[in-house]
Design a protein around this ligand. Sequence first.
Ligand code: SF4
Ligand code: FES
Length: 243
Amino acid sequence: MMFRIARSRAGGSITHYDLYKVDTKNGMTVLDALFQIQDRMDPSLSFRYSCRGAVCGSCSMLINKEPRLACRTQIADVKGNDMKLKPFPAITETPKGWNSDGEILIEPLPNMPILNDLVVDMTKFYDGLESMKLWNETEDGDTSRSQNPEERKKIERYVNCILCALCYGSCPINAVKEEYVGPAALAKTWRFHEDTRTVDPERFAKTATQPEGAPLCDLILNCVKACPKGVAPGGAIRKIKSL
Ligand code: SF4
Ligand code: FES
């Protein structure tokens, strides 16, 4: 299988695409293919990974124009256009010469500056999360707060977020509005709003509805399709909008 991979050096934009022939076998993932390329053909290829098991959220990238985790995407399953994302330039503009039938196209996750090859600078994504002040205030003498299984169930899907930023990279609003905190930050803010242990839910309602938050979302819902953990941030954003 041929892999066409976006390359860049010292930050900035994609400078060119390199082609590699990968020996594939059953069950092989896109991340396995990148390891093979790095080990046998090109040690200069840069990409992020850690857990190799869809837990750490490090290996997010664009695979055949769809935002996916490389460690969770089997080569045999890569088709493209499965997610039916609402189009925006990063996922519609294809490189010259790409043969979508015989090649897998790998590019860095959109909406963030490129540091090197497939490694992007996630500062904006984390800044958005940090701006929401996602912690509970406690006071001296606070006792622990328990939660029953039904209450926990209400926040379960938001707790599953692995901060992979696939929602951020798939969002047409994040593509054009620097100030938008992004879908994951809003889903996590809603989780604190809904958590029965939260002392002041109103604080989270306020941050989620600030101008850089839910008001900027157009409910395009690419985030729901791209999220690998079923967090479906769009559902939380819809609830925030209704506040
Ligand atoms: S909401 Fe989903 S896509 Fe977004 S960071 Fe969390 S796990 Fe990743
Ligand atoms: S390497 Fe951890 S999610 Fe892919």
